[in-house]
Design a protein around this ligand. Structure first.
Ligand code: ADP
Ligand code: MG
Length: 245
């Protein structure tokens, strides 16, 4: 229970012009913890994730990720991003490169890993997501579920200590959701520290150590999945869950 704090968010505010999207978020995520973030569309879930690896500039507050103060102007943001893998709704694979080359790109360019080593690592990761035979295929020849599994392998190629998922299955055809959730679940079971924004309530209930319900830019309620889903305390949470469960 004394595991290390991997992410510490303190009084985080983020505005876009006059739109105060995040209005004071406090959140602590410990090593190996799987945190699921749920909440209505527009409540700031994606913005919160993007603040964790500085894809957004923070208006005020502090975010410390793997010991790096992301809000410190002197922080090496590329170094931070090496510690934090992110998977988005859309996979953004490079179409002109093979699957393996997509995965090798960051280790070769950013870590100066040699190509032989990077390819071996790519194949190992492809095996992990069940796609080793697709190493030399182009992304265009893959299904949506396969593309997203490649995107997960690509994020893992930098050996991040933290993985962020922003609705990784919501752009997929329904029959492909399961294979991607399975890969995410295996990652969770392997002890990876993860923050998952998801609409898959059944999955959140199964995989999360803790669920955070966000509404209007604040953490409205959080708790163990069985408590949050089974016995929500806030009217706002009850209302949301009554619509999605
Ligand atoms: P969620 O992921 O919970 O649906 P978002 O974090 O995407 O919510 O968006 C929260 C609010 O922030 C929305 O009102 C959205 O319009 C606004 N927003 C998000 N990104 C930007 C941006 N880059 N510029 C301006 N407004 C933005
Ligand atoms: Mg979003």
């Amino acid at each position: 229970m004394n595991s290390q704090v991997k992410i510490q968010v303190t009084d985080l505010h983020k505005s876009f012009g006059s739109n105060n999207v995040l209005q004071g978020i406090d959140l602590e995520i410990r090593e190996g913890e799987v945190l699921c973030v749920i909440g209505p569309s527009g409540s700031g879930k994606s913005t919160l994730l993007r603040c964790l690896n500085k894809l957004e500039d923070i208006t005020s507050g502090t975010v410390v990720v793997d010991g790096f103060d992301v809000t410190d102007p002197k922080v090496d943001i590329n170094e931070v991003r090496r510690h934090v893998g992110m998977v988005f709704q859309h996979f953004n694979l490079f179409p002109h490169m093979s699957v393996a080359e997509n995965i090798m790109l960051a280790p070769v360019e950013l870590k100066k890993m040699n190509r032989t080593e990077a390819r071996a690592k790519a194949l190992e990761l492809l095996e992990r997501v069940g796609l080793k035979e697709k190493a030399d295929a182009r992304p265009a020849s893959l299904s949506g579920g396969q593309k997203q599994r490649v995107a997960i392998a690509r994020a893992l190629a930098m050996s991040p200590g933290i993985m962020l998922f922003d609705e990784a299955t919501s752009a997929l055809d329904p029959e492909m959701v399961g294979e991607v959730l399975q890969v995410i679940k295996e990652l969770a079971d392997s002890g990876m520290t993860m923050v998952l924004v998801t609409h898959e309530m059944g999955f959140a209930r199964e995989v999360a150590d803790r669920v955070v319900f966000m509404a209007d830019g604040v953490v409205c309620e959080q708790g163990k999945p069985e408590d949050l889903f089974g016995n929500p305390q806030q009217a706002r949470t009850q209302d949301f869950l009554s619509k999605v469960l």
